[in-house]
Each structure stands twice: as structure tokens, then as C-alpha cells.
Ligand binder design. Structure first.
Ligand code: RB5
Length: 148
């Protein structure tokens, strides 16, 4: 069974719970590291906890949620080895797996998405990462920015 991480701040408790349930219904083993109450927590702390655990290995991908998805995705992308996408729709969710090999996907619990975030998540899951050299080259360049 594939393992995934889900983590969130207080701005996305309900969305994260639905994501956890959905991932379980797809057969994933889910480590839910997020807060389950509306009490305020800091999204950089949540991102750090989830990303460090992910980098220990054994996870297929991670999902991060905050009010907008913005703060937690920016925070995650500060951590070496993380490529966290914040897709606008199913197309972007699919493309970020194919072209960017995103290992985390983020959503906003207070965002009115044009498409169901669960459908966006499924689009990301179902997409194979591209092995085309031009994409691999760009990802290598992207990750090299961590050392500039
Ligand atoms: C918390 O109020 C909120 O700032 C956070 O969830 C997120 O939207 C930040 O980007």
C-alpha cells in the first residue's frame, strides 16, 4: 500500500479531513500530521514537519493545506528536495506532475476552486511524470537553484 502525508493549518481542517478520507478510499495509507481544530497554528511549522518526514522516505507524495495554500506551499518550497505545486485546476494539477515532478500538492481551505479539489488531487495522482529529457533537464536546473 502506498503511503502519503497530509498536513494542514487551522485554515483548512475540513478540506484536509475530506482529502484524508478520499485518499484512504483510494487505498492509500495516510499519515495526517495536520491540526484537527480551529486553534491557530503556524503554517511554516506544519510545512516543515510534513516535508522533513517526507524526506525520510517511504512516501509517494504529500498534500499541504492552509487557508489559501499559498503560505504553506511557499514554506515547503524553502526546504531542499521539495517541489510543492499550488494548482489552479485539474489541468495544472496534471501538468505539475508531468512536467515539474511535484512531490507535494497544496490546496487552500478558504479558496473557491473552479473544480473540486478532490478531482484536482486525482488528476495529479493519475498523471505519470514525464521522462522526456527537456523536462528532466528543467527539473535538474530548478533543483540546482537550491544551491545558488
Ligand atoms: C491563517 O490565517 C492563514 O494565513 C493561512 O492559513 C494561509 O492562508 C497563509 O497563507
Amino acid at each position: 500500500m502506498s503511503k502519503v502525508i497530509v498536513a494542514n493549518d487551522h485554515g483548512a481542517v475540513e478540506l484536509s479531513a475530506s482529502i484524508v478520507d478520499y485518499l484512504k478510499s483510494l487505498g492509500y495509507e495516510v499519515d495526517w500530521l495536520g491540526t484537527k481544530t480551529e486553534d491557530s497554528v503556524d503554517y511554516p511549522d506544519v510545512a516543515k514537519l510534513a516535508c522533513k518526514k517526507f524526506l525520510q522516505g517511504g512516501y509517494e507524495f504529500g498534500v499541504l493545506c492552509c487557508g489559501t495554500g499559498i503560505g504553506i506551499s511557499i514554506s515547503a518550497n524553502k526546504i531542499k528536495g521539495i517541489r510543492c505545486a499550488l494548482p489552479q485546476n485539474c489541468y495544472a494539477a496534471r501538468m505539475t506532475k508531468e512536467h515539474n515532478h511535484a512531490n507535494f500538492i497544496a490546496f487552500g481551505g478558504r479558496i473557491d476552486y473552479p473544480e473540486d479539489p478532490l478531482k484536482m488531487l486525482k488528476a495529479y495522482i493519475d498523471q505519470e511524470p514525464s521522462t522526456e529529457p527537456r523536462h528532466l533537464n528543467r527539473i535538474t536546473k530548478m533543483m540546482a537553484l537550491e544551491n545558488d
